[in-house]
Design a protein around this ligand. Structure first.
Ligand code: GTP
Ligand code: MG
Ligand code: NA
Length: 458
């Protein structure tokens, strides 16, 4: 077989939802891995990616449909954190995907980040299926390992079936309150036309997993063939910048379309300007293994989309997560590409007030910086920004912010999100009278900044 029989790339599916609804565990269940138990505090704090080849999906869904014709080479699943602090990673994941799985805990119904995720999906018009997870926690559940949900449900007592229907009805009502119509997938005649499908699942005993996989793959291949048609134009996004023992600074990327080769000249957006380098190694985890987990990697001479890839190259230390990666082709002018690569950065910069009066804003990624600038611009807030930065707050940032002490004292302030002020920077700030506000949690951040802003206006 091989990939050549397909002219469709693998759909990219983002898995989203409130903390501890079982996103990572669902992927563990499909992979046959144990990533979740290795996570600090049992919570996901990074964005991840796993490639599921079609043959593994066929194997896993054969009970439901033998030799299913999947029409795509596989499925690339992006795992995101559900914890409230990681809105930026949920946003990055949902910005990359063709389709999504929204996970809801059947015992809890819709929760805060379920609704946040739902809003991200609505905003981008992304289709999704709902995994109504943890059905095995219904009192008296009889395990039917890896069974289709219809078959598993038939095995249950009247009491279990009753509790299931009650909780399902409640969840459907809660979605309705969010303006979303939902229905059990096998009863949904209106899928993709306004009614979203619910697949009951268990990540522990695997009921409903065949249903979830088959529905997702067949539905995307059928309804999104145009979007999934393979193209030679490289479309690639930097997910994370990481130091990996034995590999130096690497970038984890999602190759959405096109092909990458070892030795390719690439350009990525850097904190101090465009980074021009060449791919030293193209690495992937083995199929059904998680990209974000340290392990052994497969080396490739070339990789075709869609894939989650670790790239090793020189000079990546200051690459910015959330930006695009560009290839320099033989006929390309590298200067044009450098310009394109910095475009993300420039569009953010252009929003900074040119009059030179305003606060200083610092964030961990370009994406979160943009979100902050957007917030500060809203009419209710309307706080001018005179300078921006990415990464920790250093003395030089305090110096820049201190310029405002002469002009508008209240703007001699650094609003820092998801980054720390170095001790030296804090000391200098205290000494000269620059305020540094830091926050790690976006929700809290907005509240804190609002309090600060209200204070300013008084
Ligand atoms: P974050 O990434 O931190 O947002 O959490 P998550 O959504 O990835 O959830 P995770 O996979 O970490 O699971 C959270 C807890 O729920 C773990 O203790 C899992 O073992 C448990 N869990 C997940 N799925 C199921 C399920 O289907 N049934 C039962 N009984 N427990 C589950
Ligand atoms: Mg997780
Ligand atoms: Na968790």
């Amino acid at each position: 077989s091989g990939q050549s029989e397909y002219n469709l790339r693998s759909p990219i599916c983002c898995i989203m939802g409130h903390v501890d609804t079982g996103k990572t565990k669902l992927l563990d269940c499909i992979r046959g891995t144990n990533v979740q138990e290795g996570e600090a505090g049992g919570i996901t704090q990074q964005i991840g990616a796993t490639y599921f080849p079609a043959e593994n999906i066929r194997e896993r869904t054969k009970e439901l449909k033998p030799d299913a014709n999947l029409n795509v080479p596989g499925l690339l699943v992006i795992d995101t954190p559900g914890h409230e602090s990681f809105t930026n990673l949920r946003s990055r994941g949902s910005g990359l995907c063709d389709v999504a799985i929204l996970v809801v805990d059947i015992m809890h119904g819709l929760e805060r980040q379920t609704i946040e995720s739902l809003n991200l999906l609505k905003m981008r018009n992304t289709n999704f299926v709902i995994a109504l997870n943890k059905v095995d926690r219904l009192y008296g559940w009889k395990v039917c390992h890896n069974a289709s949900i219809v078959k598993a449900m038939k095995q249950q007592s009247k009491d279990v079936q009753f509790e299931f229907r009650t909780r399902l009805t409640q969840v459907i009502t809660e979605f309705k309150e969010q303006g979303i119509n939902t229905e059990l997938y096998y009863k949904n005649k209106d899928m993709g036309k306004g009614t979203f499908s619910i697949v009951p699942t268990s990540a522990i005993s695997a009921e409903g997993i065949p249903d979830l996989l088959l529905l997702l793959v067949q539905w995307t291949a059928k309804t999104m063939s145009e979007r999934l048609t393979y193209s030679n134009i490289v479309q690639c996004t930097v997910l994370e910048v990481k130091v990996v023992e034995g590999h130096g600074t690497t970038i984890d990327v999602i190759l959405v379309n096109g092909v990458l080769h070892e030795g390719d000249s690439i350009v990525v957006c850097g904190m101090h300007g465009p980074i021009v380098t060449s791919i030293r190694a193209l690495l992937t985890p083995f199929p059904m293994k998680e990209l974000r987990v340290k392990g052994s990697y497969e080396h490739h001479r070339e990789i075709k989309a869609s894939q989650g890839i670790k790239i090793n190259a020189q000079g990546l230390e200051h690459a910015i997560a959330g930006t695009s990666l560009y290839i320099v082709g033989p006929d390309d002018d590298v200067e044009d590409i450098k310009e394109a690569a910095m475009e993300d950065m420039r569009s953010v910069m252009s929003r900074v007030d040119k009059c030179g009066e305003g606060v200083y804003v610092q964030a961990s990624t370009l994406g979160s910086l943009e979100a902050l600038l957007e917030f500060l611009k809203t009419p209710e807030v309307s706080i001018p920004v005179s300078g921006i930065g990415i990464g920790n707050v250093h003395k030089k940032d305090v110096m820049k912010a201190s310029v405002m002490l002469e002009k508008r004292k209240e703007y001699a302030t650094i609003l820092a999100f998801d980054v720390r002020a170095t001790q030296e920077a804090q000391e200098l700030a205290d000494e000269v009278g620059v305020k540094i506000y830091t926050a790690d949690i976006i929700y809290h951040l907005f509240d804190q900044f609002k309090a600060y802003i209200d204070n300013l206006k008084e």
